[in-house]
Design a protein around this ligand. Structure first.
Ligand code: SF4
Ligand code: SF4
Length: 87
């Protein structure tokens, strides 16, 4: 079975919505998602969050180009960049 994506729930991605039209509907206006609980860094609509927020589900759109380990590695690199930028 495929391993889960090792998300640390740092919240950096949910605070970096500016710059992507795909995420504009979630942006409360300053790049932070309107559904992010800023106290806990957790998503308030986790079970109903859109597909674009579901890193494991999104792999199906890239599976022809990246294996799961490659996709995880690419996303973790993005996580590290976002974490540096936000915090
Ligand atoms: S930036 Fe990466 S590690 Fe942090 S919450 Fe988002 S997916 Fe998880
Ligand atoms: S809907 Fe939830 S998971 Fe998606 S960006 Fe907003 S807080 Fe993050």
């Amino acid at each position: 079975m495929r391993e889960a994506f090792p998300c640390t729930a740092c919240g950096a991605c949910c605070r970096s919505l500016d710059g992507s039209p795909l995420l504009a509907a979630l942006d409360r206006g300053d790049g932070v998602c309107r559904h992010l609980d800023e106290e806990t860094n957790l998503c308030r609509i986790y079970d109903e969050r859109p597909e674009i927020c579901r890193v494991e589900d999104m792999h199906r759109h890239f599976a022809d180009r990246f294996s799961w380990p490659e996709y995880v590695a690419l996303n973790l690199r993005a996580c590290a960049e976002l974490h540096t930028r936000v915090y």
